[in-house]
Write a protein that binds this ligand. Structure first.
Ligand code: C5P
Length: 318
């Protein structure tokens, strides 16, 4: 396995090229519970995959033809992202479970902000798994187990859409889309937050709810999903938000600016610092688009996005 920052060559002998989108996610709700023995926290969260996506290209070759560094192994190329790559860990995890496809080259074009609460790295890992099993199927329960091992956010992104996450966020249940939702995504240029640091700050601030309180929020959320439509304000809460604000106070201005630009609710996404603004109703798309146009003056990467379903992220032949 090699991970590189620059595209290589060596396309000769390639057999097959597949593309897949890796949608980022926002959290419509995130309720934090106590820390567990494994160091992660109990969560009840509602993930929504959105059209702001990374683009993955998987090329299958024969040994010795998939780029120099990849001879005899797989190669992951992800310009702009240094260090260990969760998509590379996904391929290595499949190999360790006996996946025997010829070596592959995986190229990742980043659009989802990095270390920003949108699960971009997890989305790439999930998309890498979708692409890999398209080339050569793996055992579905093994792939699902690997996704959970890679990170708490990966299982929810294996089949992107509206997903209720419990456990550490890794026990997932899909739900039908909520009609009339549009989103404006407001990344904080040049700011990143480390997920473990935000959870640690939440502990320091005493934010986790009791198991009983978490259970009550779970029941309220499930009832909201059963009814469908726009969730009430009591549900659209991110318990990690005060921790993200404590570590990155500028997030407060972004939340205010997003509401001023017309969002009905503005929330930090996951552990932040990206802010998501939510719009509901018939003209929600148009209002989200106008909000993005306003916000872009202060937040250059602000962009309108739509909720997406699994179909949007399916592997396709090039
Ligand atoms: O699961 P993942 O590897 O993405 O989590 C990274 C870190 O984020 C964990 O080691 C933990 O510090 C924190 N975390 C947590 N509770 C969760 C998910 C993540 O405390 N439910």
């Amino acid at each position: 396995m090699s991970v590189e920052g620059q595209p290589g060559d060596g396309k000769e002998g390639d057999l097959l090229t597949l593309h897949a989108r890796a949608p980022g996610k926002v959290n419509l709700a995130l309720f934090l519970g106590p820390a567990r023995q494994d160091g992660r926290h109990e969560l009840v969260t509602l993930f929504q995959a959105v059209s702001l996506s990374d683009e993955l290209t998987l090329t299958v070759g024969t040994v010795g033809t998939v780029g120099e560094a990849g001879v005899g192994g797989d190669q992951v190329i992800c310009p702009g992202v240094e260090g260990p790559n969760l998509a590379a860990a996904a391929l290595a995890g499949l190999r360790a479970r006996g996946w025997e496809a010829p070596p592959v080259r995986l190229e990742i074009e980043k659009h989802v902000p990095v270390a920003a609460g949108m699960g971009g790295g997890s989305a790439d890992a999930a998309a890498a798994l979708r692409l890999a099993v398209e080339v050569l199927p793996g055992r579905p329960e093994e792939v699902a187990g690997l996704a959970a091992e890679l990170g708490s956010d990966v299982p929810s992104q294996l089949v992107p859409g509206l997903v209720l996450g419990t456990g550490a966020g890794d026990l997932v249940e899909p739900y039908p889309p909520l009609p009339g939702l549009a989103v404006v995504i407001v990344p904080q240029q040049g700011r990143a937050l480390s997920t473990p640091e935000v959870f640690a700050e939440a502990d320091r601030l005493g934010l986790p709810r009791s198991r009983q309180a978490l259970r009550e929020r779970y029941e309220e959320l499930v009832e909201t999903l059963r009814v469908g439509g726009r969730p009430p304000a009591s549900v659209m809460v991110n318990d990690l938000q005060p921790a993200a604000l404590s570590l990155c106070p500028e997030v407060g201005e972004a939340l205010g600016a997003t509401e001023t630009a017309g969002a009905e609710t503005a929330l930090v996404s996951g552990s932040g610092p990206t802010v998501a603004g939510f719009f509901w109703g018939q003209d929600a798309d148009e209002r989200a688009r106008r909000a993005a146009e306003t916000l872009v003056a202060e937040y250059p990467r602000a962009v309108a996005a739509q909720p997406v379903t699994a179909e949007y992220a399916l592997p396709r032949a090039a």
